[in-house]
Design a protein around this ligand. Sequence first.
Ligand code: FE2
Ligand code: FE2
Length: 319
Amino acid sequence: MELSQICSYEAGTKIASYLLVQEARVRRTRDDKPYLDLVFSDASGRINGKIWDAAEIDAPEPGTPVGVLAQVDSYNEQLQLIVEKMFIVNEKEHREKGFNWELLIPRTKKDMDAMWQAVTDAVASVENPFLKKLLEKMIIENGEQIKKWPASLVLHHAYLGGYLEHIFGMMEVALPAARSYTLDADLVLAGVLLHDIGKLGELSGFPNNHYTNEGNFLGHIVIGWHLVHSAIGEIEDFPIELRLRLEHIILSHQGKYEYQSPKMPAFPEAVLVHYVDELDARLNMMDKVMAEDSSDSLWSNTRNYFKIPIYRGIADADD
Ligand SMILES: [Fe+2]
Ligand SMILES: [Fe+2]
């Protein structure tokens, strides 16, 4: 049987795939029989799965690569896998059969080195010595982690290099905008590069990509504020008002109290970072809708973040 990826699954078909276990829990049916409730992922998406007869199966650890034979089923309008066979992958053995980590871990399609170079150049051009020192310490010195991190678990830029792509995309829009509105470009850049820094603590990296304990208890806004506050504490004579303005950008970047921001953006640089963040995330989510809807119709279905059909513009326009 040919190997397939999650994005190409269709209800009513049988699949053979290499997948990553993201979650695995033993639950019990109404008549008290154990079954395994799973979440799988690969480079193309995530999907739930069930193993109904799980009396003799141990739940695999999250992050384990597995081979799966399953039936694709539709449940509550979502696809899920009814797993017939699942085995833990022995990398050496399965390479010959087509196993490859690149099939399992989603990755930015943009050039990571070029994006990182642009971020490095932008930090090098910062004029404010305090912000420059802070960005060197928090961004440049953490380059290895920043290049690998996703920007979120599922919503937007949820892949290896996603954090970098998100801050790079925002930077490309926010810096010209800051100049055009004669705002403090150094502060805007610091806000852009650091607004989501708490994601480094809120999420774990790949292959086992999940919310950490810290993430569930505190969330990325609080973690990020704390990281920036502590790092500034180590920079001698960092001006208090500059610290407060940058901390405010982090606390207000989600823009609304109901989106977990304890403050609303209260000065122009904070407004700019908030809207550019929103813009970059939304455009990425639209890309995701286009990529995940494998039909060839002109409009996507409504099972997406926007809850409306999204214009895809790829089919014959006569229906
Ligand atoms: Fe955020
Ligand atoms: Fe963000």
